[in-house]
Design a protein around this ligand. Structure first.
Ligand SMILES: Nc1nc2c(c(=O)[nH]1)N[C@H]1C(S)=C(S)[C@@H](COP(=O)(O)O)O[C@H]1N2
Ligand SMILES: [Mo]
Length: 534
């Protein structure tokens, strides 16, 4: 598609395009907020992109933006949408109705994608359709103000510049529109864009205003645990300022998922169905679940995307019911070897059946650090399985456990190139001093955390420059399923230093120095920091 070469006269149609698309998108968001929240055009496009994104892209996004990856994606979509809108505006002014056709086509794609989202309702196509029709009509109206809708002679776009005739004055919006038209055009364009922005704001207010699930959560009283976790030993925490706390507060817990809009699942709507290769299908409701004897356990959850030294890991006290006991009711058949858990928004994780039936604390969790699960951490019910990365075990907003086989089904990230199994790897991390943080010479402390869930850590060693490996002191581990703090005093001498650490598990395995990236089954290597001392 070739646009006229002349720069003059593009600004106004481009502004009209942007304003029209803003209005369409805003009304689309508003319709979604009112009628079909998961079908918000932004969320649908974002969700589609997230699902289509190859593993390396997810990795790069998390690497670049960390848990801000979703904001980054939304900003990216907005920028692309604005550029396309401007192009549609110019196109419409030069070759009507192609601008409108572009807008309607993009909206059409959005509508189709929306109906194929796993949580789509019957009217999931509606917000995108509204966005497209409103955007197209608004564009036609705004351009009419410019007088640009008059039959535009096609401008030949030949290679031969000199031969190309200048567009007639009538198609140049700036010269065709008189001063009054131009003022009206600006007023209407501004009003159109403004209404679009107000609609977006309104849509957001509506969503927070009708956050019934938040209200349900806030009114909820967790049942008392039948089995409480042993108290955290006082010696589990060195109490060094700047060192990661041994229990991660809920509002500081890392969040990783594919959900652009946090699924809103009320306790009243929640149920879990266990089916597939089982003798008896089992369905339990929220009331069934909270009536069961619940157990507390403290488990460190880690993301497979966590780079060496990264912070996509946290430790919490969970309240839940052993999945093992629910599977006992369903009685998996002998050929089953995997459970594909599914969340309300279609995410799936493949967990070895064994990890859910052996004696580890694999639970359906409803509580996190003495509070109901925060919405973004899976309210009302998620899975927590010690020893496995989140992508193969920690399904949030979980509603289904399909007992199956690894050779028959694959989880969300396995389909995108990650390993089908994801045991957490032995790792250790330096939290103090911070990488590249300048220190003054003298006594200080090097400290961090180390973990190997299900096995436990027996030793952490620290090396400064090319010196000998020295044993760090380990705090008391809460359990083998949690990380453990470590520290080593250091008299820092002037100069530039490199500090690295390595852990040894209770099995005698020493953390490997081989550096591998997170994909496909978790990063390895020693965490190494650079410390300038003055
Ligand atoms: N429904 C759903 N559950 C999910 C995910 C997801 O994308 N959707 N991501 C998983 C991944 S990759 C991780 S690391 C953990 C993170 O849990 P958190 O956000 O509570 O820390 O959730 C897991 N459960
Ligand atoms: Mo993850």
């Amino acid at each position: 598609m070739t646009l006229p070469r002349r720069g003059a006269g593009r600004a106004a149609p481009a502004a009209a395009g942007i304003a029209s698309v803003a209005l369409g998108a805003g009304l689309g968001e508003l319709v979604a907020a009112l009628l079909a929240p998961p079908a918000s055009p932004f969320a649908v496009i974002g969700g589609g992109l997230i699902d289509l994104a190859p593993a390396w892209a997810k990795d790069a996004a998390i690497g670049l933006f960390g848990t801000g990856d979703k904001i980054a994606l939304l900003v990216g979509i907005a920028v692309v949408a604005l550029v396309l809108a401007a192009v549609a505006g110019v196109l419409e002014s030069r070759r009507p109705p192609w601008g409108r056709i572009v807008i309607l086509a993009l909206a059409g794609v959005g509508a189709v994608v929306a109906t194929f989202r796993p949580d789509a309702s019957l009217i999931a196509w509606l917000p995108a359709a509204v966005a497209g029709v409103v955007g197209a009509v608004a564009l036609a109206c705004l351009l009419r103000l410019l007088g640009a809708d008059r039959r535009t002679p096609l401008i030949p776009q030949d290679d031969d510049d000199a031969a190309a005739p200048e567009p007639r004055a009538a198609v140049d919006p700036w010269s065709s529109a008189g001063p009054i038209d131009r003022r009206r055009f600006f007023a209407w364009t501004g009003a159109t864009a403004g209404t679009g922005i107000l609609a977006v704001i309104g849509a957001n207010l509506l969503q927070t205003g009708s956050r019934t699930v938040t209200a349900v959560r806030e009114a909820l009283r967790l049942p008392r645990a039948a089995t409480t976790a042993p108290p955290v030993p006082a010696t589990a925490e060195f109490g060094i300022s700047g060192l990661t706390k041994v229990i991660t507060p809920n509002d500081r817990f890392y969040r990783i998922d594919t959900a652009l809009i946090v699924p809103q699942v009320s306790t009243a709507d929640w149920s879990l169905r266990i089916h597939g290769l089982v003798e008896d299908e089992v369905t339990i409701t929220w009331d069934d679940l909270v009536a069961l004897p619940l157990e507390e356990s403290i488990t460190t959850l880690a993301c497979v995307s966590n780079p060496v030294g990264g912070d996509l890991i946290g430790n919490a006290k969970w309240l839940g019911y052993p999945i093992r006991l629910l599977l006992e009711r369903a009685r998996p058949t002998a050929d089953a070897d995997m459970v594909l858990s599914r969340s309300i928004d279609g995410f799936t994780a493949s967990t070895p059946l064994e990890a859910l039936t052996d004696d580890r604390n694999a639970i359906l969790a409803i509580g996190m650090n003495d509070a109901p699960l925060p919405l973004e951490h899976g309210f009302p019910v998620r899975m927590v399985v010690p020893g496995l990365y989140g992508y193969v075990s920690a399904t949030k907003w979980v509603t289904e456990l399909e007992v199956t086989r690894f050779d028959r089904a694959r989880g969300y990230w396995t389909e995108r190139g990650w390993s089908e199994r994801g045991p957490i790897k032995l790792e250790s991390r330096i939290d103090l001093p911070r990488h590249a943080q300048g220190l003054s010479a003298g006594d200080t402390v090097i400290a961090g955390v180390a973990w190997q869930q299900q096995v436990g850590v027996s030793r952490v060693e620290v090396q400064i420059d090319d010196g000998p490996w020295q044993d760090a002191e380990l705090a008391t581990a809460i359990s083998d399923d949690t990380w453990v703090q470590w520290r080593m005093p250091w008299t820092a001498t002037e100069g530039d230093h490199t500090v690295r650490c390595r852990a040894t598990s209770k099995d005698g395995e020493r953390q490997t120095s081989d550096r591998v990236p997170p994909a496909p089954d978790g990063a390895t290597g020693w965490h190494e920091i650079y410390v300038p001392v003055f």
